[in-house]
Design a protein around this ligand. Structure first.
Ligand SMILES: C[S@@+](CC[C@H](N)C(=O)[O-])C[C@H]1O[C@@H](n2cnc3c(N)ncnc32)[C@H](O)[C@@H]1O
Length: 325
């Protein structure tokens, strides 16, 4: 998934840096990815550590991480379920079609008519199976994550859901095919939360805390509202041109709140090592982060250059402290 602030391209660098501080063998370590997003970082560490704790404010992220991080059973019949869902006859009048496709008269075109109907049909069938106990929680979150990933591929947006395109783009004209959101199996138990990081931090402890907060004013609940709607599939009155739902605003996206929230999080963290990803275009400068973090432990920073074709060079920082307990 094309996700704002995704660490997909940086995951190997981050893994190597973390290991150079903590050591190669992480098998006895508890690792927390407290702003987990699409789960990129937790997924890399899942099979290397004793436990991953993944957390994010957003519901779609909770579902993705429940699947990629917490799911551990092989789910032998999972591909049969996917096939069955792909073969369903589409229904005419579900929530996504009514509010986010043109054919229903909604004036919104986040999906082609056929894809909106397919999303509804598949979403309703998954819920039905779960309610009637035909499938358990692991299969449920696997199928929902598969639907989120597959729907995202045919969304008619420039990349996020803050707006839709007037005309259907080529990928949005493709008929959605449900594809498996595969996860790695592991013998250890991992945990996923959907909480504000600053609230959760009081209730967890571990060895390595990875912090990858939003770095500007873009609220994820707004930019990915359709993914929350597909995963929650609740009834509400979509608002305005983009059919927005109410969403939680994060203090990390507010210039006036970010410093205090960040410092409180670091201060309350019961973890030996804290790693913070932030880039050179964020609310907080490199110096400001350093000034906060070095109050709580031995500080250093690693830097990686990012050349972007549209915006020149930016820098990705990985700030580190070994906390003084
Ligand atoms: C930069 S993204 C993380 C990207 C992730 N590392 C990845 O590779 O997909 C920041 C994430 O923080 C989440 N978030 C924002 N405010 C939060 C808060 N107060 N507590 C927990 N999660 C929050 C957002 O929903 C978003 O998924």
């Amino acid at each position: 998934m094309n996700y704002i602030g995704s660490k997909r391209k940086l995951v190997s660098w981050i893994e190597n840096e973390i290991k150079s501080f903590v050591g190669e063998d992480l098998s006895e370590k508890v690792f927390c990815d407290i702003f987990a997003g699409t789960g990129t970082i937790g997924r890399r560490f899942k099979t290397q550590v004793k436990k991953v704790i993944a957390n994010d404010l957003e519901h779609y992220s909770y579902i993705l991480n429940k699947n990629y991080i917490q799911n551990n059973d092989a789910l032998d019949d999972k591909l049969l379920r996917i096939e069955e869902l792909n073969a369903l006859d589409v229904e005419e009048n579900g929530f996504i079609y009514r509010h986010y496709a043109l054919g229903s008269g909604s004036k919104r075109q986040y999906f082609s008519d056929i894809n909106a109907k397919k999303i509804d049909t598949i979403r309703e069938q998954i819920e039905q199976w779960y309610k009637t106990k035909e499938i358990g929680t692991q299969m449920y979150t696997f199928l929902l994550a598969s639907l989120l990933e597959s729907a995202d591929k045919v969304a008619n947006t420039a990349s996020v859901y803050g707006s839709f395109l007037k005309k259907l783009k080529a990928s949005a004209k493709e008929i959605m095919c449900l594809e498996a959101a595969d996860f790695s199996t592991h013998t250890k138990e991992h945990t996923v939360f959907k909480q504000d990081a600053n609230a959760l931090i009081h209730t967890i402890r571990g060895d390595i805390l990875y912090i990858d907060p939003p770095y500007n004013q873009r609220q994820y609940g707004l930019y990915y509202h359709i993914l929350n709607t597909i995963s929650q599939y609740d009834d509400f009155e979509p608002q305005g041109k983009t059919g927005l739902r109410t969403y939680t605003r994060s203090n990390y996206c507010k210039t006036k709140k970010v410093y205090e929230s960040f410092e409180t999080l670091i201060a309350n963290a019961d973890f030996e090592y804290i790693f913070v990803s932030y880039n050179s275009e964020g609310h907080m400068s490199k110096e400001e982060i350093k000034n906060i973090m070095q109050k709580y432990g031995t500080y250093s920073v690693q830097t990686k250059e990012h050349r972007r074709f549209d915006a020149g060079t930016t820098f990705e920082y990985l700030h580190v402290i070994k906390k003084e307990q």
